[in-house]
Design a protein around this ligand. Sequence first.
Ligand code: BGP
Length: 475
Amino acid sequence: MSNGFKEGFLWGGATAANQLEGAYNIDGKGLTIADISPGGKQRMKLLASGEFPLEIDHSKYIYPNHDGIDFYHLYKEDIAMFAEMGFKTFRMSISWARIFPNGNDAEPNEAGLAYYENVIDELLRHHIEPTITMSHYETPLNLVKEYGGWKNRKLIGLFEKYAQTILERFHTKVKYWMTFNEINTGVFGSFFSTAMRGATPQDNFQALHNQFVASSLATKIAHELNPELQVGCMSIYATMYAYDSDPKNIMAMEEKSRMFNYFCNDVQVRGEYPTYALQFFKQQGIKLDIAEGELDLLKAYTVDYLSFSYYMSATVSVNPEHQGDTSQGNFFGGVKNPFLKASEWGWEIDPVGLRLALCNLYARYGVPLYISENGLGAIDTPDADFNIDDSYRIDYLRQHIAEMEKAVTIDGVDLFAYTPWGCIDLVSASTGEMSKRYGFIYVDLDDEGHGTMNRYKKKSFDWYKQVIATNGTNL
Ligand code: BGP
């Protein structure tokens, strides 16, 4: 039996340094914005309000990222488990502050570079290709304090130096790179992505411009080191539906989708600002500070592939009658879709939406696609022997992979990688808790930080192993 997945398809799993490494102040690492972000259900609201200190306050808050799941020390055994599942790739991020503790240091921290070298070597020893995100919600804290985050053009050069340092060190070992995780969350101003508090729309779009330029500079460096290196952009994608056939709803959906789903990709894949964005800037009085040569740089150094995270779709209506039924949990708001069920956190589960995402992105850009995150956050309940029956997770992934298969076989989409999020349980970005789990591997740790940190295979572990062994045939 065969299917449409190409030979050598990169099956794997995805993580971010700040959500699993722990060791937040070890071996010379500086603080990042993740290290001062309090955990708990109110995390996103707190971060959005900006009303939290830029210091660690252990008396008032807990900081789950400080210990993570201690991947920093346990990476060898975790990578062995990934290898047992047959991973072809492992998406990880490098924490900028392990390399440049203050973000603007003159010299890199050798202990940080050595740590990542060890992790990369361990992956390669197991024939797992690393995929490295350069910046995954972990801007060095000092860059917020000194420069006010990404709205400051200073960060372009600092990031360029960081990118140059890690690319020079690892370009012979790492082929796949991503620049900024979920860059488009900056459209709405996310503390995690642009490291700014109290940001205005002007700040948000200036910060994004600065990141686009920084990303192009990183791509330039990578290609000068080795033209074979693959540098991708990474954005979060939510397939958008109009609630009904009312043309007003369809137009509203279109406007929301292009600003959220396409704006950043348009710049990073096509190399220029789309006209709808330029009109939007004009209407909103947003004036970007663009230095000479930067627009040429964006055009010259576009990405090699497009990666995206996909968790949910969103449904749009401007009809006041529909507004009562808002979909609170979904990142993108919108109204409830009567055809979809939601996760415990209100994220509407929509496998067909993933096929639509693949079709839309491929039709628009025609570049290879990498699904860099997908998965079901759920509360897992182990029995006394730590057996975990996560059949609900298997169902979720099975349905999504089946739609991916249709996208390659029927729609002809060039999809080359799939890395479900949080392949080993880790700290949730939105809640800062452990109890929202995604992994094939259970980590014995609760929201208060209690537990042995022992690792256990969930039921989904063997299932995914079989999926990989059959290149996506046995679902
Ligand atoms: C994405 C982030 C990840 C990850 C994931 C799941 O937006 O890139 O860092 O955490 O979402 O989200 P959560 O952990 O909030 O469930």
